[in-house]
Each structure stands twice: as C-alpha cells, then as structure tokens.
Design a protein around this ligand. Structure first.
Ligand SMILES: [Fe+2]
Ligand SMILES: [Fe+2]
Length: 168
C-alpha cells in the first residue's frame, strides 16, 4: 500500500471521528486508574494488618477504612469504563512491601499523591468529551483521596505534598 495514501486515509478517519481517539484514550486512562485502585485496596488491606507498634494503632484502623473506600472507587471506575464501552482491567499495579511502618505509609502517601494528579487530569479529559457526570464522580473520588493523603501525612508527621499546579 502507498504509505502516503494510508496517511491521508488515516487523517480522514480522524476528522470524521475526532472524539473516537479521545474516548479510547479516556478508557485506557481509566483502566490505569482502576489498576491503581486495585493496588490501593491490596496495599491498605495488607499494611493495616502488618503495622505493628502502639503508635500505629490509630492509623492501622484508618487504613482499613481507606481499603473499603478504594473498593468503592474501583466499583465506580469499572462501572464507568463499562458504560463508555471499554473492558475493565483485572490487573492491579504492583504493591511494594516493607517491614518498616514508615515505609508502608510513605508508599501509600506517594500513591495517593500520584492518584490525585491522575484523577485531576481525568476530570479534564472527561469534560472535554462532554462526560460531565463522570467528571462529577471523579471529583468526589478526588475529595476522598485527598482525605487519605491527609491521614497518611499526619501519621508520618509531615506536610501534605502538593499535587499539581493545574488543580482539579
Ligand atoms: Fe481510590
Ligand atoms: Fe486513596
């Protein structure tokens, strides 16, 4: 096939379906978000049961609540992927393990910070495609992730990390 011809066909196809590529990108990105939610469910479930020491008792209880909230997020994201015509992933992002409580809390904190940045970008992607209800659901999830981030930073005795200048 003439490569120039196929390029023309490709740009023609894009101009006829300008949103198709953007929708595919949104579904792929939501699947990355879902893989991160699965990672969070696993991490919080394991860490909340491996944090030992009297000073970590409170945060261990908080982590169990986080695990339940991450499951709610995963259910919402999987439902939205299905609604958009995608197939929800079944694979979590890898979970790091450590014997040190500070390390575990730091892994969680870093993941929450990354998650908030990703969902902030997702809100913009969803709104650009006119999926305002999805954007609204994502904003509610972001508010909970910010609470998780705050709980972890407090337990570690540090300031809440800044996420993105672009905001949500
Ligand atoms: Fe979450
Ligand atoms: Fe979270």
């Amino acid at each position: 096939m003439d490569p120039q011809e196929s390029e023309t066909e490709m740009s023609d196809r894009k101009s006829k379906h300008p949103n198709k590529k953007a929708l595919g990108d949104l579904i792929d990105a939501l699947n990355e978000d879902l893989a991160r939610e699965f990672q969070a469910i696993i991490a919080y479930t394991v860490y909340s049961n491996t944090l030992s020491g009297a000073q970590w008792m409170n945060i261990a209880g908080e982590l169990k609540l986080h695990a339940a909230e991450e499951l709610q997020h995963a259910l919402i994201i999987a439902d939205q992927i299905d609604y958009l015509g995608g197939m929800p992933t079944a694979t979590p992002k890898p979970v790091k393990l450590s014997k040190k409580p500070e390390d575990m809390l730091r892994f969680d904190l870093d993941n929450e910070t990354e998650t908030i940045g990703n969902y902030s970008r997702r809100v913009k992607q969803a709104e650009a495609l006119g999926h305002y209800a999805l954007a609204e659901k994502l904003r509610k999830i972001i508010a909970q992730e910010q609470e998780h981030q705050h709980d972890l930073a407090t337990a570690l005795g540090i300031d809440v990390p800044r996420v993105l200048a672009e905001g949500a």
